[in-house]
Design a protein around this ligand. Structure first.
Ligand code: ADP
Length: 263
C-alpha cells in the first residue's frame, strides 16, 4: 500500500515541475506494530519483578509477620527484584536517548584502543568471578573514530559483559581493536556454546533472548544488544555476529575511521 504526496515545485501550465513522493504504508504499519509490541514487552518485563515484590510485601505483612528468617530471605529477593527493575528502566532510558540522537552524527575523536583498555580494567572482577581470562589485542598507535565516548564505552561494555556471562566458565574472552583501510573494528570473541543460526538475525531485537531463564539469571534485561546496535548505527557503522555452535561467538562493530586530514 502506498500513499502518494504531490507537491508543485515551480513553473506553470504544462511546464510545471511536480514532486511525487511515495510513502510505503506497509512499512509505517510495521513500525507502529513494533512500537506496540515494544510497549507490551517492556510492561511485561517490569510487571514480573513488580508482582514478586508486591507478593512478598503481602506475605511479610501477613503470614510471615513474625518470622525473622523468612523476612531476611524475602527482603533479599525484594532487593534483587528492585535492582532488576532499576536496570531495566536505565536500559530503556539509554536506548531512547540514543535513538533520539540517531540523526546527529557523533564527532569527538575517540581512540577505540583506550576504550577497550578502560572496559577491560572495569570488568576484571566480573571476569574473575567466572574464571574468565580477558585478552586484549590492539595496535600501538591510536585507532581513532568520530564518536561519542560514553556510547562507545557502553557498546564495548555490553559486548564484553555478554562474552563473560554467556561464554564458557574458565574460558577466554578476546578483544581485538584493528584498522582495515578506512574502517576501524572492535571485536569481542568468546569460546562459549555459541548461538544457533536461526537466532542470529533476531539477536539485536529488544527483549529477544536465546534462553530467557539464563539471561534473567545473569541479570540481563534483554536490551544490551539492541543498545549496541543503535550505538553502531548512530556511528554510521555496522555490527556483524559470527558463531559456530559449540565454538563460541564473535561480535564485531565496524566503524568509519576518523582519517588524518591530508595536506
Ligand atoms: P541480555 O540482557 O539477555 O544479555 P542482550 O541483548 O545483551 O540481552 O543479548 C540477547 C541474547 O543474546 C542473550 O539473552 C543471549 O541469549 C544471547 N547472547 C548474547 N551474547 C552472547 C554470547 N556471547 N554468546 C551466546 N549468546 C549470547
Amino acid at each position: 500500500t502506498f500513499r502518494i504526496h504531490i507537491a508543485a515545485l515551480a513553473g506553470s501550465g504544462w511546464r510545471r515541475a511536480v514532486l511525487l513522493t511515495f510513502e510505503d504504508l506497509s512499512e509505517q504499519r510495521m513500525t507502529e506494530r513494533m512500537r506496540v509490541d515494544f510497549v507490551a514487552n517492556a510492561s511485561h518485563e517490569l510487571r514480573t519483578p513488580l508482582a514478586s515484590v508486591l507478593g512478598f510485601v503481602e506475605t511479610l505483612q501477613g503470614p510471615a509477620r513474625n518470622d525473622a528468617v523468612a523476612r531476611d530471605r524475602f527482603l533479599t529477593i525484594m532487593r534483587e527484584q528492585g535492582l532488576r527493575m532499576a536496570r531495566l528502566v536505565d536500559d530503556l532510558l539509554s536506548l531512547s536517548r540514543i535513538e533520539l540522537r540517531a540523526h546527529l552524527a557523533p564527532e569527538t575523536p575517540v581512540d577505540l584502543a583506550s576504550i577497550a583498555r578502560e572496559i577491560l580494567d572495569s570488568l576484571v572482577l566480573m571476569a574473575r568471578e567466572r574464571e574468565v581470562t580477558l585478552k586484549l589485542d590492539a595496535p600501538q598507535q591510536p585507532v581513532t573514530v568520530a564518536g561519542d565516548r560514553d556510547e562507545l564505552l557502553r557498546l564495548m561494555e555490553n559486548l564484553v559483559e555478554n562474552a563473560i556471562k554467556y561464554g564458557q566458565r574458565g574460558g577466554e574472552v578476546g578483544i581485538t581493536v584493528a584498522i582495515s583501510g578506512e574502517e576501524a573494528s572492535l571485536s569481542v570473541r568468546d569460546d562459549g556454546p555459541g548461538i544457533a543460526p536461526e537466532h542470529l538475525p533476531r539477536l539485536t531485537e529488544r527483549f529477544y533472548r536465546v534462553d530467557t531463564a539464563a539471561s534473567r539469571e545473569a541479570g540481563g534485561t534483554g536490551l544490551g544488544l539492541a543498545i549496541v546496535k543503535h550505538i553502531v548505527l548512530r556511528h554510521r557503522g555496522r555490527l556483524t555476529i559470527e558463531s559456530v555452535v559449540g565454538q563460541g561467538a564473535t561480535f564485531r562493530a565496524i566503524l568509519p575511521r576518523l582519517l588524518e586530514p591530508t595536506r
